[in-house]
Design a protein around this ligand. Structure first.
Ligand SMILES: Nc1ncnc2c1ncn2[C@@H]1O[C@H](COP(=O)(O)OP(=O)(O)O)[C@@H](O)[C@H]1O
Ligand SMILES: [Mg+2]
Length: 272
């Protein structure tokens, strides 16, 4: 099956005045439906930059990113926005909710861009708010909700389009541990039931430990790409790494004994 997202030797440099900051130095990564990936690494290692490329919010300065098989470099802004709307759900580090719109309207917003009719939008947004346990808060404004509730609104908004991939940047960063745990349970359910691919940037060891695949970034590179040995597979046939695979990352130290190193690209294309 075609990967949901494929990143090939992507680099991203930012120009700041006279100097160039290289945030990513040739990163390759393939993400399939049903995967559950955690992205870890020190601050400044390029995690957020990578997530933005994965989501088509940004484009690489070298290399390529394919969303649902389409190279983001060849797409117009409008085409890219359309594919992003269809394929990707994004949960940002801040929640980025519209302060003057109700929880329901915030969740329904991506469906407006997707051209869904109003009645259908409201029905689907209400369903999704129920899924995240916020059906009773539909009419509240973001400012009337707790941090954890706002985060769940952001998750509902990311999922209402039924994306193939959910990308989340430090989704539990602002939550107390119980609320964070519930959010992770929800994401795990969606991953298991709907095979939504999850790619979660996190500092939190527990968040990383729940993922079946973990990549470690350092200084703009992926230094380790590993999968759980005992992983609770969910029927995704491609998710069976057993640790004696083709190491192409140079480093090893994810520090997580549950993860065994395997090749980052299991589609075989990179090895032909
Ligand atoms: N918009 C930007 N302009 C200039 N430099 C940036 C920008 N975004 C990120 N960087 C730099 O790129 C590097 C990687 O940043 P980032 O991807 O945010 O790392 P992380 O999410 O792992 O903390 C850092 O050195 C950061 O300062
Ligand atoms: Mg970041």
């Amino acid at each position: 099956m075609r990967p949901a997202i494929e990143v090939r030797q992507a680099a991203r440099a930012y120009r700041v005045g006279e100097t160039e900051v290289v945030a990513l130095r040739g990163v390759s990564l393939t993400l399939h439906r049903g995967e559950h990936l955690a992205v870890v690494g020190p601050s400044g290692s390029g995690k957020s930059t990578l997530l933005q490329l994965l989501g088509g919010l940004d484009r690489p300065t070298a290399g390529s990113v394919l969303l649902d098989g389409r190279d983001t470099a060849t797409l117009s802004q409008a085409e890219l926005a359309r594919i992003r709307n269809r394929v990707i759900g994004f949960v940002f580090q801040g929640f980025h909710l519209q302060p003057r719109a109700s929880a329901l309207d915030n969740v329904a917003l991506p469906l407006v861009y997707g051209g869904v009719r109003r009645a259908e939008r409201r029905r689907r947004a209400a369903d999704m708010l129920d899924r995240v346990g916020l059906g009773h808060r539909a009419r509240h404004l973001p400012g009337q909700l707790s941090g954890g509730e706002q985060q769940r609104v952001a998750v509902a908004r990311a999922l209402v389009t039924e994306p193939a991939v959910l990308l989340a940047d430090e989704p539990t960063g602002n939550l107390d541990s119980a609320t964070g745990e519930r959010l992770l349970d929800l994401l795990a359910d969606l991953n298991a039931e709907h095979r939504v691919a999850l790619a979660i940037v996190t500092h939190d060891h527990e968040v990383a430990a729940r993922a079946r695949r973990q990549i470690v970034m350092r200084d703009g590179r992926i230094v380790s790409d590993s999968r759980t040995v005992s992983g609770n597979g969910n029927g995704n046939g491609s998710d069976s790494g057993n640790g004696n695979g083709n190491v192409s990352g140079s480093g090893s130290g994810s520090g997580n004994a549950q993860h065994a190193t395997a090749g980052p690209d299991r589609s075989g294309q990179g090895r032909a």
